[in-house]
Every structure is written in structure tokens, then in C-alpha cells.
Design a protein around this ligand. Structure first.
Ligand SMILES: [Fe+2]
Ligand SMILES: [Fe+2]
Length: 201
């Protein structure tokens, strides 16, 4: 590999690593939420509503306010400019970004209904958590397996530079480091609130 090749590879590798890392984080929070709800259903733990609210806030804010917009505005947009081969899957995934926000709204509503004592409230909330987790998991898998390989094939060094810059700088569209600090605190709070039996060993 020449120096030029490695210079060009750097923003691409960095952008891909950030996207995969953000997916990994989302999967892990979703998994924890599913686990907590399952434990609640099985009456293994007392209901910790603050913990659930905290995770819902995190999950809603992170994909809706940070992750999906960055994909729409950089990765997907630039890929459409370079090739039409990704159009079908990008159409599908962008529609899923809209659907994701709707499912999240339903998830929050079902949590409020559960708190308000709706009949079968916990069961409905648990179903909504499961549907959203499956939906989001499938969405990210499609991005990783169908979009990223096409991106690696068609995007040019300048594109990767723009994507890397956006994913680094726009980790928070509302104010960079400020929100990253907010998320770090939130993650810490989730970790502290987790019942001991669910904490990672
Ligand atoms: Fe996405
Ligand atoms: Fe994504």
C-alpha cells in the first residue's frame, strides 16, 4: 500500500468504525432494555421505572437526533450521487428512519399507559420493546450488510472525508461535546441503576 492509499483509507476506516460502534452501542442498550422488561415480566425484579425511562430517553435521542440524520445527510446522500445501485435499499432504509420515530413514539406511549395502570400495560409495553428491538436490529444489519459494502465500492476519498467529518463533528447536532457528555452521564446512570443481577460481570 502506498502512502497515498493509506491516507485515503484513514477517513474511510474511521467513518466505518464510528458507524459500526454506534450500531454496537444501540444494540447493547436495546438488549439491556429487553432484559430488564423480561425480568419485570417474570417478576424477578421490582419495577424500576426511572431506569426504563432513562433507557427510553437514551434510545430515542440517540438514533433519532444523532445517528439516522447523519446517515441521511451524508452516507446515503453521497452514495446516491455516486451510484443508482443502492437506490432501492436506501429508499427502504430512509422509510425505516421515519417508521423508527413512529415506533419510538408508540413505545413511549405504551410505557406511559403501563405506568398509568392500563390493563395488560406491561405486556403491551414488552411487546412494543420487542418489536422495536427487532426492527432496529434488522435495520442496522441491512445497513451493515447491504449499504456499507456498496459504499466501500463506490464512494470516493472526498466522500469518506465528508462522512468521517460529519460523524465525528455531528455526534451531537445540538452542540458537540456537550451532548456527548450528556450521553456519557446517561450511560453511567443506566449502569448504576441496573439491578445487580443484570450488571455485566
Ligand atoms: Fe439508519
Ligand atoms: Fe445506522
Amino acid at each position: 500500500m502506498t502512502d497515498t492509499d493509506s491516507d485515503q483509507a484513514a477517513p474511510r476506516d474511521s467513518a466505518l468504525a464510528i458507524i459500526r460502534e454506534e450500531h454496537r452501542m444501540l444494540r447493547s442498550v436495546m438488549q439491556t432494555l429487553e432484559q430488564v422488561v423480561q425480568e419485570l415480566l417474570n417478576h424477578h425484579i421490582d419495577a424500576d421505572h426511572a431506569l426504563i425511562a432513562c433507557m427510553l430517553y437514551y434510545i430515542e435521542d440517540f438514533p433519532e437526533r444523532c445517528h439516522h440524520p447523519k446517515e441521511d445527510e451524508t452516507l446515503f446522500r453521497l452514495l446516491r450521487e455516486r451510484t443508482s445501485r443502492a437506490d432501492a435499499v436506501l429508499d427502504e432504509l430512509q422509510a425505516q428512519h421515519v417508521r423508527s420515530a413512529q415506533m419510538m413514539a408508540y413505545l413511549q406511549r405504551s410505557f406511559v399507559h403501563y405506568l398509568g395502570g392500563a390493563p395488560d400495560g406491561l405486556r403491551h409495553f414488552a411487546d412494543a420493546v420487542e418489536s422495536y428491538a427487532a426492527f432496529l436490529g434488522d435495520h442496522m444489519e441491512q445497513e451493515e450488510n447491504r449499504v456499507l459494502p456498496l459504499a466501500e465500492k463506490y464512494l470516493q476519498p472526498d466522500d469518506w472525508q465528508a462522512i468521517d467529518t460529519a460523524f465525528r463533528a455531528n455526534r451531537d447536532p445540538l452542540g458537540g461535546e456537550q451532548l456527548q457528555r450528556e450521553f456519557r452521564k446517561l450511560k453511567q446512570r443506566i449502569a448504576n441503576l441496573l439491578p445487580r443481577r443484570l450488571k455485566p460481570h
